[in-house]
Design a protein around this ligand. Structure first.
Ligand SMILES: NC(=O)C1=CN([C@@H]2O[C@H](COP(=O)(O)OP(=O)(O)OC[C@H]3O[C@@H](n4cnc5c(N)ncnc54)[C@H](O)[C@@H]3O)[C@@H](O)[C@H]2O)C=CC1
Ligand SMILES: O=C(CO)[C@H](O)[C@H](O)COP(=O)(O)O
Length: 306
């Protein structure tokens, strides 16, 4: 299938690579010309502007956006819209707010699918988990594309109407915040507890058969091996976007108690009070969460000045 991909960063390059490998015909655009050149090296047809991308695509257009949520999505849609009709499909694979996706679907001439994407750069080899909202016919039409980008047929599904894909991804991220926080707290206690422990060995042992084994825990082990079990100069500062905040806002609106997710979010806010360089005696749990964001998403690690 022919597909235009807009946004060729950490995630977009993987989308292109997996689609090209699966035999799809990809036209790729990014504001950054180097990113376009990288996609061309992988086998995509490069486009030096959105207009070129639209001109290169055939009559029926399928587009995948993998760009930062917010203004970039609206600006891109404003440029694309005049060339699109309801038989064209736009997939927003980024972390957009579900209400923004509903608004965009309602105002777009094209058919809109909101797609929560999970797996981070590790998805290059494994494939992603895709949570998709929108019209059934559009989802069905793009199944070969989803099969290629996801881990396979079980790695994607239509969650429901438009908005539901990004809604499920928002809650996924709230869970992600809480899991990172709880692993961090466990390791903080072990690091300050009664025994002189090798935390990498603890993480490895837990990951082999323990009830709490998981990918995030594998990334804890990787972090201890790479940084040292004291996490070296990794700061007690947790950056991040808005998805956890949105989860808590939605929980308040729905009157559903989510104290663990809220507490994990509050830890992030608290960590920022000390500034990006962090407190040398700062909380180990926050340092674990900071480093885990690199592990799963290749987000920058805040480090202490030394
Ligand atoms: N990094 C991760 O682990 C995950 C990221 N996401 C979401 O996927 C989206 C992309 O994330 P990353 O690839 O990590 O970001 P990134 O920062 O690595 O790449 C974003 C790319 O979009 C390009 N871009 C920005 N505005 C543009 C525009 N108007 N037109 C064309 N290109 C534009 C940038 O030049 C850059 O190459 C975001 O919405 C992010 O929240 C979702 C799941 C996981
Ligand atoms: O969606 C993701 C992973 O599932 C992204 O990596 C996202 O950036 C994680 O959220 P935050 O930046 O707030 O830690």
């Amino acid at each position: 299938m022919q597909l235009g991909v807009v946004g060729l960063g950490r995630m977009g390059q993987i989308v292109v690579d997996r689609l090209v490998t699966a035999g799809h015909d990809i036209v790729a655009f990014d504001l950054d010309a180097e990113a376009v050149a990288t996609a061309a090296d992988i086998g995509a047809t490069p486009a030096d502007s959105l207009d070129t991308l639209l001109d290169t695509l055939g009559e029926t257009k399928r587009l995948w956006l993998m760009i930062p949520a917010g203004e970039a999505v609206d600006a891109t849609l404003t440029q694309l819209e005049p060339s699109l009709t309801e038989t064209d499909i736009i997939v927003d694979g980024g972390n957009s707010h579900f209400e923004a996706s509903i608004r965009r679907a309602e105002t777009s001439d094209a058919t809109y699918l909101d797609c929560g994407t999970s797996g981070g750069p590790a998805g290059a080899e494994l494939g992603f988990s895709l949570m998709i909202g929108g019209q059934q016919w559009a989802y069905d039409e793009l199944i070969p594309v989803f099969d290629a980008i996801a881990t396979g047929p079980d790695g994607h599904d239509r969650m429901g109407p438009v908005g539901s894909g990004h809604y499920v991804k928002m809650v996924h991220n709230g869970v992600e915040y809480a899991l990172m926080q709880t692993y961090g707290e466990g390791f903080e206690l072990l690091a300050n507890g009664r025994y002189d422990l090798d935390l990498a060995a603890v993480a490895r042992t837990w990951n082999n058969g323990a009830v709490i084994r998981s990918w995030l825990l594998e990334l804890c082990e990787e972090a201890f091996r790479a940084e040292g079990v004291d996490l070296g100069n990794v700061a007690d500062y947790i950056a991040g976007g808005s998805t956890g905040t949105w989860t808590v806002q939605e929980a308040l609106e729905q009157e559903v108690p989510v104290p663990l997710i809220y507490q994990a979010l509050a830890e992030r806010f608290g960590s920022r009070a000390t500034g990006a360089t962090g407190d040398p005696d700062g909380r180990f749990s926050r340092r674990v969460a900071n480093r885990l964001r690199y592990g799963f998403g290749r987000h920058d690690v805040a480090r202490r000045d030394e």
